[in-house]
Design a protein around this ligand. Structure first.
Ligand SMILES: NC(=O)c1ccc[n+]([C@@H]2O[C@H](COP(=O)([O-])OP(=O)(O)OC[C@H]3O[C@@H](n4cnc5c(N)ncnc54)[C@H](OP(=O)(O)O)[C@@H]3O)[C@@H](O)[C@H]2O)c1
Length: 264
């Protein structure tokens, strides 16, 4: 398949690197040096105009910021899109909005997180009755090897942004805080990073392999009157748990706002 990528930034380039393994790529970014350097890196062709990228691709990945969508649409007006797939990673751009801009195409909206760059992403793919079976199969096969892919109704996407798309950023802050804690307690930054990452992997393995709820595992680690429960008491007093819930909710509300402000 010929795949055009519009926007060679953080997400566009992560997808392009994956697609480059099995497909030919046409790359377009409004910064010529960016699209040319990236085309050289992944073995694709840099398009000199967006229209060229739209007309040559069988599938067009839209990976610009939501604020840039309108100008992108006005720039590519008049290009026939019948039989093409528009695959959008954009926050806030609903399937309905995308269909109004690209009425001739099959529109697929996805919400990934940056784990896709390392084959450990979480991506929501919006279910839509207008999608042909053949399109769904193409998307499943394209996304294979990028991590966990879940088809879901569109009304779950803003929650997925909070839990996973942006959520990966919240997890990184928790990891950073633990690394700082290790330095505070006398490890150097390199040792602390290594210890925290392995601790995290251990926690994930515990959950995955035992199949147990984290609350149950946490109690297995907590001796009566011991060190873990002493730390957990401070976590509760500091509101860590409610802080995390409020963080996710603030993110969800922001995602809803962006979707509302972009219209349908
Ligand atoms: N990053 C994430 O973790 C993440 C997660 C989920 C979803 N997303 C979504 O993915 C999309 C891209 O995000 P990103 O983080 O990859 O952004 P990014 O790094 O800023 O990349 C976007 C690229 O597209 C260029 N661009 C903007 N308008 C253009 C146009 N009309 N034609 C061609 N190129 C254009 C930008 O140029 P300028 O720099 O000049 O603007 C930039 O190089 C967003 O809609 C975001 O909501 C991102």
């Amino acid at each position: 398949m010929k795949i055009s990528v519009i926007g060679c930034g953080v997400m566009g380039s992560a997808f392009a690197r994956h697609f480059a393994k099995d497909h030919s790529l046409i790359l377009y970014d409004r910064h010529p040096e960016k699209r040319e350097a990236f085309a050289a890196e992944v073995g694709g062709v840099a398009a000199s105009q967006m229209k060229e990228a739209f007309s040559q691709g069988d599938l067009i990945l839209l990976s610009v910021k939501p604020k840039d969508l309108k100008s992108l649409v006005s720039e590519m007006k008049g290009i026939p899109l019948k039989g093409k797939i528009i695959l959008s990673v954009m926050t806030g751009a609903s399937v309905q909005l995308l269909k109004s801009y690209f009425p001739e195409a099959q529109v697929v909206r996805i919400m990934p997180n940056l784990g896709v760059a390392y084959q450990r992403g979480v991506t929501g793919i919006v279910e839509d009755p207008d999608l042909l079976e053949v399109t769904k199969k193409s998307i499943d096969s394209l996304m294979q090897g990028m991590g966990l892919n879940l088809w879901m109704p569109e009304n779950k996407i803003d929650a997925l942004i909070a839990l996973s798309g942006s959520g990966i950023g919240f997890v990184l802050v928790m990891i950073e805080s633990m690394i700082d804690g290790g330095v505070f307690l006398g490890f150097n930054a390199k040792q602390s990073r290594e210890i925290v990452l392995e601790t995290l992997k251990g926690a994930v393995a515990l959950m995955e392999q035992s199949g147990k709820h984290p609350a149950e595992l946490k109690l297995q680690i907590s001796s009566p009157g011991g060190t873990t429960i002493a730390g957990l008491k401070v976590m509760e007093e500091s509101g860590v748990r409610s802080g995390i819930l409020s963080t996710l909710n603030a993110c969800y509300e922001k995602a809803l706002n962006i979707t509302t402000s972009m219209g349908t």
